[in-house]
Design a protein around this ligand. Structure first.
Ligand code: GRF
Length: 211
C-alpha cells in the first residue's frame, strides 16, 4: 500500500479530487496544511483522514519550518508527497529530500507563467490557450520534470476568474490521473524528462480557435 501525503494551504479542491479518486494500491495517509484555517483540512478530517496544521508563522525561519514540515510528513512514511495549492516556497533541502516522489500542480502551461497571477498574465499576453501542469518538484520554483498538461481555450471575454474556473476543472481531472500514474509506476524520469509507460494514443493537435 503506497502512502500519499497531501500538502494544502486553502480550499483544497485538488486535494478533494485526489482523495475521491484514490487509486487502488494507495491510501491518503494525511493532509497537512501550513494554515490552520484551511477549509480543506476540515473536509479531510470529516472523512477520517489524519490532518496536521503547522502554522508557518510560528517558526522563526523557512529552514526551521521546513524541518518541522519534513518531520510531520515523514511521520506518515510517504511514498508520494502531493502539493495541492500549497502556497509556500520550499527550501532546496526539503525538495531534495522528496526528489522524484513529490508532485505539484501549477495553473499555467509551464514553462510559461511561473509564479503567481498566471491567468491574468495569460490573458494580458493574448494567449489563445491556457492550462495547467503537473510536474515533479525540484528546488527551482514551478520547474521540474513535466508529468502532464491540460489545455483550455482562452475566450475574448475571459477574466482571470472565468479562466481560472475553466482551468480548475481540468486540474481536477489531470491531478488524480497523474497520482494514479505515479502509484502504478508508469512515470519514468530520464534526462529531466518524464516518459510515460503505456499511455494511450494522443490527439494529433489542439488548435484554438478551431480551424
Ligand atoms: C490551484 O489552481 C492550483 O493549481 C494552484 O492553487 C490552486 C489551489 O486550489 N497551485 P485548491 O486549493 O486545490 O482548490
Amino acid at each position: 500500500m503506497k502512502n500519499i501525503v497531501i500538502l494544502i494551504s486553502g480550499r483544497g479542491s485538488n486535494m478533494q479530487a485526489i482523495v475521491e479518486a484514490t487509486p487502488p494500491g494507495a491510501r491518503i495517509a494525511a493532509v497537512i496544511s501550513n494554515r490552520p484555517d484551511a477549509a480543506g483540512l476540515a473536509w479531510a478530517a470529516a472523512r477520517g483522514i489524519a490532518t496536521v496544521a503547522l502554522d508557518h508563522k510560528a517558526y522563526p525561519s523557512r529552514e526551521v519550518f521546513d524541518a518541522a514540515l519534513a518531520e510531520a510528513v515523514d511521520g506518515f512514511t510517504p511514498d508520494l508527497v502531493v502539493l495541492a495549492g500549497f502556497m509556500r516556497i520550499l527550501t532546496a533541502g526539503f525538495t531534495r529530500r522528496y526528489e522524484g516522489r513529490m508532485l505539484n500542480i501549477h495553473p499555467s502551461l509551464l514553462p510559461a507563467f511561473t509564479g503567481l497571477h498566471t491567468h491574468a498574465r495569460a490573458i494580458e499576453a493574448g494567449c489563445k490557450v491556457a492550462g495547467c501542469t503537473v510536474h515533479f518538484v525540484t528546488a527551482e520554483l514551478d520547474h521540474g520534470p513535466i508529468v502532464a498538461q491540460g489545455v483550455v481555450p482562452v475566450h475574448d471575454a475571459d477574466t482571470p476568474d472565468t479562466l481560472a474556473a475553466r482551468v480548475l476543472q481540468v486540474e481536477h481531472q489531470l491531478y488524480p490521473a497523474a497520482v494514479r500514474w505515479f502509484v502504478e509506476g508508469s512515470l519514468v524520469i530520464e534526462d529531466g524528462r518524464v516518459r510515460h509507460r503505456g499511455v494511450a494514443a494522443l490527439p494529433a493537435a489542439l488548435v484554438v480557435p478551431t480551424v
